[in-house]
Ligand binder design. Structure first.
Ligand SMILES: [Mn+2]
Length: 358
């Protein structure tokens, strides 16, 4: 297991590489070329520049989150082959730079969605929250501006204003796309990129949909054990794997995460996002500190299931609370994620040593 932290890049993140390096136990960062639009090729020069910046700080790149997928690939439109070719060129350039884990998602139109990016908790901490009753009252055409208005001035991952400006066209593109079609388009994409993944040993890690149900009537397919296993079987290749995100899968209380981990097995889990959340009612949750005691997920059982399954890839803490007056992108401050890292490493050490003495 390699402990990592997400870093959005110079100019996009309030957290510096020097900050990250001082968190004990962190070996690498998960990063991206943040200014890139879905579908654009990442050049070798851009990748080596990013790599040099990270390595000059004494850290390494443990993986990319994300290389985003162009809508034509998700909708299966005639231009998709050109965009898949671009994606392959990016993978080729990443592979040549020695980067071999790429996270992505296959969500229609909207990425992760929240109704509140700074919900106050009784202790004064702010967390991101989701309430289906609030979302149901929002016109989908207003959700992008509602999210970006709460971003503290930071660009939110997956919420590119340039792309979402064309929301009407995007909805039209997806109007006849149901879950089976989305699955078929995902299969087509993965089969097309597997040769270049094989050439460099690049592990593809699909991030589950967040929240794990349909929002604004759009199809969502990566929502639980059954659909994750369906994808792994559809393209039954060891490099086709999952980014196991406890906070996304955990939005649905019916998702038993330790059992999902055991069903997928460590070899097909290429990346892990660990965080906790608290269920307040049906379709209503808020993010929490990483500790089991602060939310609805049993983080010890999750870490134990990962260890037992033989998982050996990068883990990062996921969204944290905003605490101690920090100003940052919502969910991505330094302080609470650093606390999360220390806690997760403690759980891992306890599970690992416990296993040895059994
Ligand atoms: Mn996640």
């Amino acid at each position: 297991m390699q402990m990592t932290m997400r870093w959005f890049g110079t100019g996009y993140d309030s957290v510096t590489l020097q900050n990250i390096r001082q968190i004990p136990g962190v070996q690498g960062v998960i990063t991206t070329l943040y200014g890139k639009q879905p579908g654009e090729v990442w050049s070798r020069e851009e990748i080596s520049g990013l790599k040099k910046t990270v390595e000059d700080s004494g850290l390494s790149i443990a993986g990319i989150e994300s290389v985003n997928i162009h809508d034509s690939i998700k909708t299966g439109s005639p231009e998709r082959n050109a965009y898949i070719a671009n994606y392959c060129t990016t993978l080729e350039n990443l592979g040549q730079a020695g980067i071999n884990m790429v996270c992505y998602n296959f969500m229609a139109v909207f990425d992760w969605t929240r109704s509140d990016l700074a919900k106050r908790r009784p202790d004064g901490a702010a967390v991101m929250a989701y309430d289906q009753a609030i979302i149901d009252k929002i016109d989908p055409h207003d959700i992008s501006s509602a999210m970006n208005a709460q971003s503290n001035g930071y660009a939110l991952p997956g919420w590119e204003p340039e792309r979402l400006e064309k929301l009407k066209e995007l909805f039209a593109l997806y109007s006849n796309i149901g879950e089976d079609k989305l699955f078929a388009h995902l299969q087509y994409f993965l089969e097309a990129i597997m040769p270049v993944c094989e050439k460099y040993g690049i592990k593809m890690a699909i991030h589950p949909d967040d929240p794990a149900w349909s929002v604004f009537g759009l199809p969502r397919i990566m929502t639980g054990k059954e659909t994750l296993l369906r994808l792994l079987k559809l393209v039954d290749h060891p490099l086709n794997g999952v980014a196991l995100c406890t906070g996304s899968l955990g939005t649905n209380p019916r998702n038993d995460i330790p059992s999902i981990i055991r069903a997928i097995s460590g070899e097909r889990i290429h990346f892990v996002h660990l965080r906790n959340l608290r269920h307040n009612g049906p379709g209503d949750f808020e993010e929490a500190a990483h500790l089991s005691s602060d939310g609805s997920l049993d983080m010890y059982e999750i870490v134990k299931a990962l260890y037992d399954s033989g998982f050996d890839g990068p883990i990062r803490p996921d969204h944290g609370r905003t605490i101690w007056g920090e100003a940052s992108m919502p969910g991505y401050g330094l302080y609470d994620r650093a606390l999360g890292i220390a806690y997760i490493l403690g759980l891992w050490e306890a599970v690992e040593k416990g296993a040895k003495f059994q």
